[in-house]
Structure formats: structure tokens, C-alpha cells
Ligand binder design. Structure first.
Ligand code: PHE
Length: 349
């Protein structure tokens, strides 16, 4: 792990090994130039602690860029809790409380909220020891609940901007959209798309979610291996990262990629591969800021739910439109355009 930390361009890494749960806690803080670091807590099993640390580092950078593009006064950070496979449900609350105590010890250097593998109910437990640095607790505990639905609003806004750029209209009626992952972001996104008249297909690895969306809601299910080949207007990754790479980009059969997942590109060069293939890519951190933006707005600025939804939709639309304009004017990928905006903001701060 030593070389990972040495080569990383971020500021700080906090490492805690939790013996009781045999879990590794990595808090990566990429930048606090724009404000204190805030980012989700991701909990899952990794092949090794090193892979988990690397994920935390990449995700923290994504958070920094995410806040920088719409000029939010927050820094980029993320926590990854790498748990052993089949973690005993009985040890989980204790692990969350010990993690909360660590966040509290950091004294405002890192604020957190839900991410893949954690939910608002988990934030309630973390907040028992970690308050006041925990966002998106349940409404019962005085929080604003899940951030996923707000992220979905931003992704929907991004899909509309992409369609306007490609087809000249953002009317989603009959547009074919393939949503990869119908969890806390993809699920609400599917509902918005259906309400807009889109033809929605989905892929999902969780059996229970497949049953809910295929059998109960009657949506067209695409088994995961076919997710990349299936013809559609928009491919919307809303699950894991690193899914856009040389192999998958060659298979894509869509006009645009606009999704909520963090770190969708395996490498920076993959942005150019997408451009060469004539696929419009909406940089993930530009369109998935909605959850953090809404929760931070409601919990630190007193926004209403309605205000938060409006701010997310407007802000994502404007930012993505701007990014696409720069990209087409300069003949560069939207990813290159967006990262330049973010890097300039961070450098100027
Ligand atoms: N999971 C959110 C994201 O990746 C993180 C977040 C949620 C941050 C809520 C703050 C508040 O953007």
C-alpha cells in the first residue's frame, strides 16, 4: 500500500483496522481546498485491503471534482470499509459505531453520508457516535433520508441534455434507455424515465431486484453480460465503476452514456475511445452530484425538498451543457473538458 499512498495526488489517508469485525477502514481525503471533505461511506468486500484503499482514493478524487464543477464549498473525500465476505449482521452495528467514533475524532476534517453498501439507517447508527458529521440520516432521526432519489434527478437531467445534443429534442418519449443497476439511484431513475415515456430496459445482478423490476413492474430485463451489446439510445450505468473500458466500449450499441455510477471510466483514455466511437459521454461526476448537492443543501443551508430537486436539475443541466459545448468547440472529450474545469477551480482556490 506504500506505493499507492506515495503516488497519490490527494492530501490525507486515514487507516484503521477494526479487529472485532476483521474490517479495514480507509478514509481518503483528496482535497480540502474548497472546504471540508464530504463523501459517502462505501461498504463491501474487496479482493484485498490494497484494492479497497485504491478505490477510496479514486472515489475521493471523484468527489473533489464533483463539488468543484458546480462551485460547491466542499472538499473531496470518501470512506471505504472493506468487510470480510458474509460479515456477521451482529457485528455490523458495532463496526458502524466504532467508525462513527473515528469520524468524530477527525473533528470535521471528514463528513460522511451513504454510498454503495450503506443506507440512511446505517447513518443513524454511525451518527450515534459520529454526530454532527453524519449526513442523510433517516427522517425519524432528523435527517433528510436517502440521497439516491436526488442523484437520480440529476442523472435524468443529464440524459435530457445528452438527447437534446444528439436528437435536437429532450423529449424522452419512446427513447430506449438501458439502466445498469436498479438500486438506490437506478431504481428511482427508472421511475422518472417511465414517467417521461421512455422505453426502459434494465440489467441487475441482485435476484430480488430483478424479480421486482421484471416480474412486478414488467420491465424488459437484460442479463448482465448483454448489457453492453443491447441496442439503445442511452446506456445509464448506475452500479459499479470501471465498467467503461476497451472491451466494453467496443461492444456498446448506444448513442450516449449518462449514468449515476462513480468512476465509470477504467482509464482516462477510455473517454477518447468513446469519442472516437461517436458515443456522447456525460462525465459521471458532472451528472451524479445530485445526492450530495441535495443533502448538503437541505442539511446545511435549509433547502426544502422542492428547492433541492430544482437546484439539482438546473445545476446538472447547465453544467453538462457547458461541458458538451467546450468539448465540441475544442474537439476534446467531455471528460477532458470537465476535468479541466474542476482542476482550474481547485487550482484557483
Ligand atoms: N454517495 C454520494 C456520492 O457519491 C455521497 C454523499 C451522499 C455525500 C450524501 C454527501 C451526502 O456523491
Amino acid at each position: 500500500m506504500e506505493d499507492l499512498i506515495r503516488e497519490w495526488k490527494g492530501e490525507t489517508v486515514v487507516v484503521r483496522y477494526d479487529r472485532e469485525a476483521d474490517a479495514w477502514i480507509f478514509i481518503a481525503i483528496y482535497s480540502t481546498r474548497l472546504g471540508p471533505a464530504a463523501g459517502g461511506t462505501r461498504m463491501r468486500t474487496y479482493p484485498s485491503p490494497r484494492v479497497a484503499l485504491h478505490d477510496a482514493m479514486l472515489l475521493a478524487k471523484g468527489m473533489a471534482y464533483k463539488y468543484a464543477v458546480p462551485n460547491m464549498p466542499w472538499g473531496g473525500g470518501k470512506c471505504v470499509i472493506a468487510v470480510p465476505e458474509g460479515l456477521d449482521e451482529k457485528v455490523r452495528p458495532g463496526l458502524l459505531r466504532r467508525y462513527g467514533a473515528l469520524v468524530k475524532q477527525l473533528g470535521g476534517m471528514f463528513y460522511t453520508g451513504p454510498d454503495m453498501g450503506t443506507c440512511s439507517e446505517d447513518m443513524d447508527i454511525i451518527a450515534e457516535t459520529g454526530a454532527p458529521y453524519i449526513f442523510a440520516c433517516t427522517p425519524k432521526a432528523g435527517g433528510s433520508g436517502s440521497s439516491g432519489p436526488y442523484t437520480a434527478i440529476g442523472v435524468l437531467a443529464g440524459i435530457k441534455v445528452a438527447c437534446r445534443n444528439i436528437y435536437g429534442t429532450d423529449d424522452l418519449n419512446s427513447r430506449k434507455v438501458l439502466v445498469q443497476g436498479v438500486g438506490s439511484v437506478g431504481g428511482p431513475l427508472v421511475d422518472h424515465l417511465l414517467n417521461s415515456g421512455a422505453h426502459v430496459l434494465f440489467s441487475e445482478v441482485d435476484e430480488a431486484l430483478v424479480r421486482r423490476y421484471r416480474d412486478e413492474k414488467g420491465l424488459e430485463y437484460v442479463p448482465e453480460p448483454a448489457a453492453y451489446d443491447t441496442p439503445c439510445d442511452v446506456f445509464s450505468p448506475c452500479a459499479i465503476g470501471g465498467i467503461l473500458n476497451k472491451a466494453t466500449i467496443a461492444r456498446l450499441n448506444c448513442k450516449a452514456v449518462v449514468g449515476g455510477a462513480n468512476n465509470q471510466l477504467e482509464t482516462q483514455e477510455d473517454a477518447d475511445l468513446l469519442r472516437t466511437r461517436g458515443i456522447l459521454y456525460a462525465p459521471d461526476y458532472v451528472v451524479n452530484v445530485g445526492g450530495a448537492m441535495a443533502i448538503l443543501g437541505m442539511e446545511t443551508k435549509g433547502w426544502s425538498k422542492e428547492r433541492a430537486e430544482k437546484e439539482v436539475a438546473t445545476s446538472v443541466s447547465e453544467a453538462l451543457e457547458h461541458v458538451f459545448q467546450i468539448a465540441s468547440k475544442e474537439g476534446i472529450s467531455p471528460e477532458a473538458a470537465a476535468s479541466r474545469i474542476a482542476e482550474q477551480r481547485l487550482a484557483q482556490a
